[in-house]
Design a binder for this molecule. Structure first.
Ligand code: ADP
Ligand code: MG
Length: 308
């Protein structure tokens, strides 16, 4: 059963129940998108919880999650459905006596082909259809949430196709006809802004920008994701990461890196952060040599940062 969100507070509570700590803006977008039945387009740097929001929102609203990971060259057919080639082949093998009977006595090659063509429908039917996430979301008997992850990685043509599907809540499979959604699926799209998305797509969606979290929210996320972490260490790490983000870096550490750092330091039995320990473990939160070199110049500042 899908659950309709009743208020911004309820959205925040239910997201929390799904393991997601939402900022007030995120909770408001989740509530409005659910009420207005609009897709949410989530943008922001890597690792700030865009994908996770899609997953958590599906859980918070009692919807089946269908996820489409986008990539360059992704096209309609891969997003909609494929024919199960191996199964078709297996059937032709198992049915080869029947097929031989069908074409027995055919005078010419084209006559034999004609007779086989008569059974073509069998091989392009529901039985051999492998629905991909977009079709699966449209056909879903249970209310669904379609997560279109990293839409900016797909080509603009794919975006146009997706817009059409979203507008109609229907897709056409040439061999099977038009499939209409029983329940309009909710949609969450994410983008790392690798390219500018079309105005048409932006117009259709509620827009949500997720930035790096405040220290307070990041601490809550650490507590939720690393149960049992010492409070002192969690505060120290959050303060240190927030300080590192202020350095002029090629790639600032995201929430995933904060969590990795906390887990690593816990394994090392660290109770707090010392400059030497920061130096030894910087590679967990920084992925570029130049960033690590820069952070090394500020070890005292990083280790000394206090949670406020
Ligand atoms: N608000 C949040 N509440 C709980 N965990 C979060 C939150 N934001 C991020 N995370 C954690 O950070 C990790 C990275 O988030 P992810 O959704 O993969 O980032 P993105 O899709 O923006 O690159 C997730 O595995 C999740 O555990
Ligand atoms: Mg992601």
């Amino acid at each position: 059963m899908a659950h309709a969100l009743q208020s911004v507070e309820e959205a925040a509570d239910r997201l929390r129940g799904a393991g997601y700590l939402a900022s007030p803006e995120i909770a408001a977008s989740a509530f409005l998108a659910d009420r207005l039945e609009k897709p949410i387009l989530v943008e922001g740097p890597a690792g700030v919880g865009k994908t996770e929001l899609g997953r958590a929102l599906a859980q918070a609203t009692g919807r089946t999650l269908l996820r489409l990971q986008c990539y360059e060259g992704l096209d309609e057919s891969k997003a909609l459905y494929e024919w199960e080639y191996a199964k078709q082949l297996l059937y032709t093998q198992l049915l080869k006596d029947k097929i031989a009977e069908t074409i027995a006595g055919a005078g010419t090659l084209s006559e034999a082909a004609e007779r086989i063509a008569g059974s073509e429908d069998l091989f392009f039917s529901e039985r051999f259809l492998l629905p991909r996430p977009v079709l699966a979301a449209i056909r879903s008997k249970d209310p669904a949430l379609l997560l279109v992850d990293e839409i900016d990685k797909a080509d603009p043509e794919f975006e146009a196709f997706l817009l059409e599907v979203l507008a109609d809540s229907a897709v056409t499979v040439p061999e099977l006809g038009t499939v209409r959604a029983v329940h309009t699926p909710r949609v969450v799209l994410t983008s790392n802004a690798a390219r500018e998305l079309s105005d048409a797509l932006k117009r259709r969606c509620l827009h949500l920008y997720i930035d790096f979290p405040t220290a307070q929210r990041e601490l809550e996320i650490v507590r939720a994701r690393v149960p049992g972490v010492s409070d002192q260490l969690a505060r120290k790490v959050v303060a240190a990461v927030q300080a590192v983000r202020k350095l002029d870096l090629k790639k600032a550490p995201s929430i995933s890196e904060t969590l990795d750092w906390v887990r690593a330091l816990t394994l090392l039995n660290a109770a707090t952060l010392e400059p030497q320990l920061v130096a030894d473990t910087l590679s967990i939160i920084l992925k570029y040599e130049a960033d690590i070199a820069k952070a090394r110049e500020h070890l005292g500042y990083i280790a000394g940062a206090e949670y406020r």
